[in-house]
Design a protein around this ligand. Structure first.
Ligand code: PLP
Length: 336
């Protein structure tokens, strides 16, 4: 729901564009280098969506016909329509995490759990992590949690991909530079258009050879020639100049919002770690869809999960007044 700032619109109007596919677009090149450096990786690739970055991660680091291990509510599993299987050719083995975080020993069991006999060596080629974890409530993976999981993956010869659609919110919450959260991660996808407010796009970053292979995979799935991408890259560069330092405000506002909302709807405060607040509205005998529809009539937009969970998100356009309005609207819906 975030919109670009005035400065981003200006940058887009002024953008000089080139042929992106042939690396003639200076803003795209600069963005790829800058974001890769911020994430401590050698190279980057501009892609249209973070879902596309995830798919490239699966296709590039995973090996067709082998197993990938993921947390059971990860975005790749819950929202990406089984591209992991139908496109990347991987068998997904799921591990339930606690607040989105798998335990290393359970990851190890999942890797070892693939049936093995002298003639049947089910291999795990990939482990996927998510930071922040969307459906767990925007929960964070610390650098040491990531390292422990990556260590297990690497010990068994599997690569590690991290879906970092909202990694910048995790970095702000943990007061840790983003690259420290990725030291042992082989490739990462990050969104430009969520809390960063850029209009479009995502980055897939990793080692030189990973990005070279991902460029080929992007061609295979029709995502390599994002024409005139320099317009979007110019806005994204402004996002990196202006947005990173303010993300902690979104995290703090989400916490304030959650504390106030907890008077009316059920919220597990231990999951409120960044800019997402998940609530359960079952106690009001109302579905999440209906709850969201009623809130919408009061000018508050939330995302309804199937069942009774609704998601509130804070961002640049949600200030203290909007938090108050949201609390007011929720109270009204609950009292009706
Ligand atoms: C954790 C996570 N990964 C990936 C995505 C996909 O991002 P995009 O909408 O840019 O494809 C989302 C979107 O909400 C997400 O929450």
């Amino acid at each position: 729901m975030t919109l670009p700032t005035g400065e981003m619109w200006e940058a887009m109007r002024r953008a000089e564009i080139g042929w992106t596919l042939y690396r003639q677009d200076r803003a795209v090149n600069e963005l790829e280098e800058r974001v890769a450096a911020l994430l401590g990786k050698q190279a980057g690739l501009f892609v249209p969506t973070c879902g596309m970055a995830n798919l490239l991660g699966l296709m590039t680091l995973g090996e067709r016909g082998t197993q990938a291990v993921l947390e059971s509510n990860s975005h790749i599993i819950a929202s990406e329509e089984w591209g992991i299987t139908s496109i990347a050719g991987l068998y997904p083995r799921l591990v339930s995490g606690t607040r989105g975080v798998m335990y290393p020993v359970e990851l190890q069991e999942a890797i070892m759990g693939a049936p093995r006999t002298p003639t049947h060596q089910s291999k795990t080629s990939l482990v996927c992590l998510e930071n922040t974890h969307n459906f767990a409530g925007g929960t964070v993976l610390t650098a040491s949690e990531t390292d422990s999981l990556a260590q297990v993956a690497h010990q068994y010869g599997a690569s590690v991909y991290l879906d970092g659609a909202r990694l910048w919110n995790a970095a702000a919450a943990l007061k840790t530079p983003a690259h420290e959260l990725l030291e042992n991660v082989d490739a990462v996808g990050v969104s430009l258009n969520k809390g960063l407010c850029a209009p479009f796009g995502a980055l897939f970053c990793g080692a030189y050879e990973t990005i070279a292979a991902a460029r080929l995979n992007a061609r295979r799935i029709g995502a390599a020639s994002v024409h005139k991408a320099g317009i979007f890259a110019a806005a994204a560069l402004v996002a990196f100049d202006t947005m990173l330092d303010r993300l902690d405000l979104d995290n703090q506002r989400a916490r304030r919002l959650a504390k106030r909302l907890a008077d009316y709807i059920e919220i597990d405060m231990t999951t409120v770690q960044t800019n997402i607040v998940f609530a359960d509205v079952a106690q009001h005998n109302i579905s999440s869809q209906e709850f969201a529809a009623r809130l919408e009539t009061l000018g508050v937009l939330v995302y309804a999960r199937p069942g009774s969970r609704v998601r509130f998100v804070t961002h640049r356009m949600i200030g203290d007044d909007e938090v108050e309005r949201a609390v007011h609207a929720v109270r009204k819906v609950c009292e009706e």
